[in-house]
Design a protein around this ligand. Structure first.
Ligand code: SF4
Length: 396
């Protein structure tokens, strides 16, 4: 994708047009023919919906019966190869950006892009976040911006009308220059040049194409970690009694921690989970890890505790009169904790998420790899010592 400068209409030439022009005698009809082709092109916009978050709901409303963009000849197709217009409706993360870029490159020319909503336009209030692209015009040639948070369906409809106008003008050879709002451009200036910026270089285009290729072809190798789990025979199977305090007493575990859930030694945590499961706690509701560094202690705690992690677990019984049980383990940096996967299949994604975002290692997890961040991301973004506004070349 080269640098986009001025829309002179050349990029929108339909191949059929040239073929017809070469037929003897048809040149006299070029004006009428051109009008027919332009009419067809601007009234048959097939849309590829790149809807990632709340703006996507407004996009769906635009396609529904009240606004009904179908009346303009649009058809929403979930395939890039048969689409003319990509509508980016929602926040685009650095992980998603490479996929969006790949899908855009799979759309045939001529094609257009509508950035719907503040997130697609500039990253909005996520702009300074490590994981969010500060505007899709840093890697896509946006034709129409539809501002709002979210824009109403009528606003998107208006965006389509503006796009039709742009196509018509371009077909006539008229120059279509974007309406500039210099103050807005200054405020929303992204950390990398937009595709229309003078400082944009071909190297940046190439870097994004290569990044998209790598991201969409990555081979994933599950991480291998040491086993911390006790042998299956050590796991409890038939214990009676009410809830967590009884289980801890039975196991001879003196839980600590005055604030929050009881702290269980990490090496005994699998036994606790196993016994609770045998009492009917069959649903793993959540696994949540927190990173603590000196100076970030919670209310009522010593502010200068050494760096550590806390992973809290929540189980519940299933059915009427449901009860919950929650406990936590405290880990030193680098210390693993046993995965609950062998007890609760749902631990798979929940533990992967905590590994990805906080960096906690779950021993014996069958597939411990990143879930939200790109595979090649080298940090854990929810650690407290991570600066929020980090660059991530070539996307932000
Ligand atoms: S612009 Fe607003 S409504 Fe649209 S995706 Fe962003 S936060 Fe959601």
């Amino acid at each position: 994708m080269g640098v986009k400068t001025v829309d002179d209409g050349a990029a929108f030439e339909h191949p059929l047009y040239r073929t017809l022009l070469s037929v003897p005698g048809l040149t006299v009809a070029t004006t009428a023919l051109d009008q027919v082709l332009t009419w067809g092109m601007s009234n048959a916009l097939w849309v590829f919906p790149m809807a990632t978050s709340c703006c996507g709901i407004e996009f769906m409303a635009t396609a529904a019966s009240r606004v009904d963009i179908d009346r303009m000849g649009t058809i929403v197709r979930a395939t890039p190869r048969q689409a003319d217009v990509m509508v980016v409706a929602g926040t685009i993360t650095v992980k998603m950006a490479s996929r969006v870029k790949k899908l855009w490159d799979q759309m045939p020319e001529p094609k257009w892009c509508i950035a719907m909503g503040s997130c697609a336009i500039s990253g909005d209030f996520y702009r300074n976040l490590y994981s969010v692209v500060p505007g899709v015009d840093t890697f896509l040639p946006v034709d129409v911006y539809v501002p709002g948070c979210p824009p109403s369906p009528e606003a998107l409809m208006h965006g389509f009308l503006r796009l039709q106008e742009k196509i018509r003008k371009s077909r006539k050879g008229e120059t279509v220059t974007p309406e500039t709002n210099s103050e807005l451009l200054r405020v929303t200036r992204p950390s990398i040049p937009r595709m229309v910026d003078h400082e944009r270089t071909p190297e940046m285009d190439r870097a994004q194409i290569e990044s998209a290729d790598i991201a969409t072809e990555v081979e994933v190798t599950p991480a291998v970690h040491a086993s911390l789990a006790p042998e299956p025979t050590e796991l409890a199977s038939n214990i009676s009694g009410p809830d967590l305090p009884a289980v801890l007493t039975e196991l001879g575990i003196a839980a600590t921690g005055e604030l929050g859930p009881p702290l269980v030694p990490a090496r005994r945590h699998l036994e606790v989970a196993s016994r609770l499961k045998s009492r009917g706690y069959r649903q793993l509701v959540s696994v949540v890890a927190t990173h603590w560094v000196p100076g970030t202690a919670r209310k009522g705690k010593v502010p200068d505790e050494p760096e550590h992690f806390e992973v809290s677990y929540l189980l519940r019984t299933v059915g009427a009169g449901s009860r919950v049980a929650t406990w936590a383990v405290r880990l030193a940096p680098g210390e693993p904790v046993a995965s609950l996967f062998q007890l609760f299949a749902g631990a798979d994604w929940q533990e992967r998420e905590q590994y990805d975002l906080v960096g906690v290692m779950f021993a014996d997890h069958p597939d411990l790899r990143r879930l939200m961040m790109p595979e090649n991301y080298d940090r854990h973004p929810l650690r407290r010592d991570l600066p929020a506004n980090l660059p991530y070349a070539p996307w932000r």
